[in-house]
Design a protein. Sequence first.
Length: 370
Amino acid sequence: MRYLDEYRDPELAQSLLDRLRRVATRPWRIMEVCGGQTHTLVRQGIDELLPAGLRMIHGPGCPVCVTPLETLDRAMAVAARPEVTFTSFGDMLRVPGTHTDLLSLRARGADVRVVYSPMDAVRIAVAEPDRQVVFLAVGFETTAPANAMAVLHARRLGLANFSVLVSHVLVPPAMTALLADPDCEVQAFLAAGHVCAVMGWRQYEPIAARWRVPIVVTGFEPLDLLEGVLMAVEQLEEGREEVENQYARAVQRAGNRHAQQVVAEVFRITDRTWRGIGPLPASGLELAPAFASYDAARRFRVMDVRSAEHPECIAGAILTGAREPTDCGAYGVRCTPRTPLGAPMVSAEGTCAAYFAAGRTRAAPAGSPP
C-alpha cells in the first residue's frame, strides 16, 4: 500500500504540525463537512495534536446520519410489504427509525438485502420479475450519479418492478445554513474531496465570498487533513477568504461534467429535511417529473408517515457542531454501536461512532470519586 503510506508518513505529519504551530497565532475554529474526514481526525488523534486553541468542529458530513427520519420510516413501511425486495447499502440497515430498523425487519422475515451498488438492485429486478425491487438512494452529491445511472438503466430495460426511495442531500445549502446561524462559531471549512470530485468547487466560491470564510477542498488521509488545516489557518491568519484545493490529485474546479449531466437529467433540486437539523431550502434532490414512475414513496403510498426522534438523542446538536458526543448523557451507556439511539452512533462515518471507536469517554461529573 505504498500509495496510501505516502499520505501517512509520521515525519511529514510532524513537519506539518510544526508548521501549524508556527503559523497559528490565535484560536481558530475549522469545520470538516465529511464523516470520513471526521473518522480520520478522531481515529488518528489529529484533532488532539493540533496547536492549543485550534479546534476542529465536526459538521453534518455523514450522509447516513442526516438522512431524515421520515425517509427511514418510509423505508420500513415499504420493506415490510410482502411483494417487496428492499435493497440498501449495509450502513443503513441498523439506523433506527421511529419504531424499528431494517435489520430488525429482516430478522422478522422481510426481504431486505444488502447491495454494493444500485446496479445490483437493477440486476435483482431483472432476475426476479415477480418482485418489486426498491433501492434506498441516499447520500450527498457523491452517490447521486450512480443512483441516477441505475434509474436510467432501468428505464432502458423497461423495468416496471424497479423503484428508488430518494433522499439525497446537498452540501452547500447546509454550509450556508450553518453560517447564517447567529451562534455559528465556524471560521473556515474543509470541504469533502469526494463531493468535489463530482461537483467541483465553483459552488463554494460564492459562499466563501459572501460569508468571508476560507474553504479548502481536502482529502481523507492524515497528511491530507493536516495540510488542509494548515491551508485554512494560513488563509485565516492572512485575512484571505478563498476556495483552495488541497486534493489536487483527484479534484478539478469544474468537477466531473458527465456525472453532473446525468444527475441533472434524473433529479431536480428540492427542499429537504435533515435529520436532527430540520428543513433546509433547496438542499436535496428528488426524481425529476420524467422519472416519477420510479419513485417508491409514491408507488407504495408512504408519503404521509409520522416520525418521532428518540427524546434522549442530541444528534442535531452534534451534526451542527454545537455539541460533542461526550456531551450526551446517553453516550456510551444507553447509546452504543450495539444499541444506538441515533444515526451518528451507527454509521461508519458518524461522529458518535468515531468517538466510541477511539475510546473517548464522557468526563466524570464534578465531585465524582477518582
